[in-house]
Design a protein around this ligand. Sequence first.
Ligand code: PXG
Length: 290
Amino acid sequence: MKIHIDGKYYDERTAKVSVFDHGLLYGDGIFEGIRAYNGRVFKLKEHIDRLFYSAKAILLKVPLSHAAMMKAVVDTCRANKIRDGYIRLMVTRGVGTLGLNPNRCKKPSVIIIADKIQLYPPSYYKKGLTIITVPTVRNLHSALNPAIKSLNYLNNILAKIEATNGGCEEAVMLNAEGYVSECTGDNIFIVKGKQLLTPPLSAGTLYGITREVVMDLAREAGLTIGEPNLTRYDLFNADECFLTGTGAELIPVVKIDGRPIGTGRPGRTTKRLVEQYHALTNRSGEPIYD
Ligand code: PXG
């Protein structure tokens, strides 16, 4: 595997970052998780847009232009002969000195890994996930805004640990007001009649790219979309529930905190959206090969 670091390719055994990189010392940096399907990078522009928004929010100057960053991602896929895969793009604050001050870091680093990902076993996509609400609440947007896809993912990791300790693969995270926010690496949706509902961004959710895609597909399918604050009660009484994310794609949820959702099996609307999603990922995106 060839890893892109600051414009050069390194073999995975020699691809190294400094122990003085503030990405490691303080989690000071940002990232994107992107997928390639069928020789195309899916929603690449949207991912790079979000990367630049995250950078702006933490006053990090991305050392490449938007266009150059898109090209670097496509080139790294080509160098690794990727047709279907997962791209992890990071921009760290770069090498500095001990002490928080980011001004000591002279040059941000760009790292691009193009590999594979399998977040959940295939059987879960068929039978659906069982998830639980966990005690760790989602970061306050006034403290560390979840819209920033930062290299500090401890909030999510703590929730993930609590989910796995509880025998589940994924956690529902509430915000400090007790409303549903999202899961540790996915946005959450419910279906109620002809309505598709998902928490608003103000509930402390990442501006999920899959979330946007699914809302567009649902509109095409004639569903009404809503973004109200949701409580656990709303989840328990939904007809269907599913999660969305670049890694997870669309995955049905069949039980939350011991309550079966709807029939307790993946719902019809969810299944239809999954089909629409795969049809879209298969035919659109930034071409890797001419
Ligand atoms: N919420 C959070 C907290 C996320 O980290 C999403 C929602 C979904 O966003 P997108 O834009 O991907 O639809 C994410 C994304 C991983 C991995 O390695 C995690 C994500 C994406 C890809 C891989 O666990 N999370």
